[in-house]
Design a protein around this ligand. Structure first.
Ligand code: NAD
Length: 268
C-alpha cells in the first residue's frame, strides 16, 4: 500500500516540487497539503496548484486525516508548530527548514524521544557527501590552510548564512577540534578583521534565481583546493525529502539526518 504523505509549506517553492514529484511515484500518496492560514492558496486543490490535475486535496491549515509521515519545508517558527502537532498525533516528520536556532534544535531533540524526526539542512546526496569530504580534507591539510566558505542563493532566501554552509562549518569544526561558536568570521568588513589562525570565513551571496551553490576553499601560501557543489534545480532536494520520508516510516523514535538515509558514513 502507498505511504500517505502530508506536506507542510505545500504552497511554497519546495512544497510544490515535493508534491509534484510525489505524484509521479506510485509508492506515495499525498493526502494533505498544509500551508499557513490566510495564504491565498487556502482551499485551492493542491494538484491543480502544482499542475498535475485534480487530487481532491485542498490546501488547508491543518491535517484532517493522519498521514503516515509529514514533510515540513516552511520557516523555523512554523516548523516548531508542525513538530508539536506531529508529536501530539504520533506522526514521523521530515524537516527541511533551515535557520533553526539552538533552542529550536533542542525542541526537535526533545520531540525525537517520542517520534521519529529527521532534520537535514540539505537533502541532496552530493552535499551530504561534501559534509564527509570537507572533514577529511580539513584534517589532511592541517592548520596552515585557511578555510573560507562561500554560499550563493536566490534573492528570496530569508536566512543567512545557509543551513548547508553552517553544517559544512560544523563538520569541519567537529573534525578539527574547533569551536564553531568562536571560529566563524561572517563576512569581512572593518579595520581589524584580518585572518586569525583557525578562523573559518563565511560569506553569503544573494542573487537572482540561483538555487544553491556552496564552495569550501582551503588555501595556503602557494595553492588552493576548492570543493564545490551546485544544485541545478530544487528537485534534488525534493527527491531527497521523499526518500527520507519513505525511510522514516516505521523507524524507532529518534533524531535522524540524511547521512542515516544515505548510509554515507560507512562509504567514505
Ligand atoms: P517558501 O517561502 O517558498 O515556502 C515556505 C512555505 O511555508 C510558504 O508557502 C509559506 O506560506 C509556508 N508557511 C509559512 N509559515 C507556515 C505555517 N505556520 N504553517 C504552514 N505553512 C507555513 O520557501 P522554500 O524556498 O520552499 O524554502 C522553505 C525552507 O526550506 C527554507 O528554510 C529553506 O532554506 C529550506 N530548504 C531546505 C532544503 C533542504 O534540502 N533541506 C532545500 C531547499 C530549501
Amino acid at each position: 500500500m502507498a505511504i500517505s504523505l502530508g506536506i507542510i509549506g505545500a504552497a511554497g517553492r519546495m512544497g510544490r516540487r515535493i508534491g509534484a514529484l510525489a505524484c509521479e511515484d506510485e509508492s506515495l500518496k499525498v493526502v494533505c497539503a498544509i500551508d499557513i492560514a490566510g495564504h491565498p492558496s487556502q482551499g485551492v486543490d493542491f494538484g491543480e496548484l502544482i499542475g498535475v490535475g485534480k487530487l481532491t486535496v485542498p490546501i488547508s491549515s491543518a491535517w484532517s486525516q493522519k498521514p503516515d509521515v509529514l514533510i515540513d519545508f516552511t520557516r523555523p517558527e512554523a516548523t516548531m508548530k508542525s513538530v508539536a502537532a506531529a508529536r501530539k498525533d504520533g506522526i514521523p516528520i521530515v524537516i527541511g527548514t533551515t535557520g533553526l536556532n539552538a533552542g529550536q534544535l533542542d525542541k526537535l531533540a526533545e520531540a525525537a524521544k517520542q517520534i521519529p524526526v529527521l532534520h537535514a539542512a540539505n537533502m541532496s546526496l552530493g552535499v551530504n557527501l561534501l559534509f564527509e569530504l570537507v572533514q577529511k580534507v580539513a584534517v589532511a591539510l592541517g592548520e596552515d590552510y585557511d578555510i573560507e566558505i562561500t554560499e550563493t542563493h536566490h534573492r528570496f532566501k530569508k536566512d543567512s548564512p545557509s543551513g548547508t554552509a553552517m553544517e559544512l562549518a560544523r563538520q569541519i569544526c567537529k573534525a578539527t577540534g574547533r569551536d564553531v561558536g568562536r571560529c566563524l568570521m561572517h563576512g569581512r568588513s572593518g579595520a581589524e578583521v584580518g585572518r586569525r589562525p583557525g578562523n573559518i570565513g563565511m560569506h553569503a551571496r544573494r542573487q537572482g534565481d540561483v538555487i544553491g551553490e556552496h564552495t569550501v576553499a582551503f588555501s595556503t601560501l602557494g595553492e588552493t583546493i576548492e570543493l564545490s557543489h551546485k544544485a541545478h534545480s530544487r528537485d534534488i532536494f525534493a527527491r531527497g525529502a521523499l526518500k527520507a520520508a519513505a525511510w522514516l516510516v516505521g523507524k524507532e523514535p529518534g533524531l535522524y539526518n540524511m547521512m542515516d538515509v544515505l548510509n554515507l558514513k560507512s562509504k567514505t
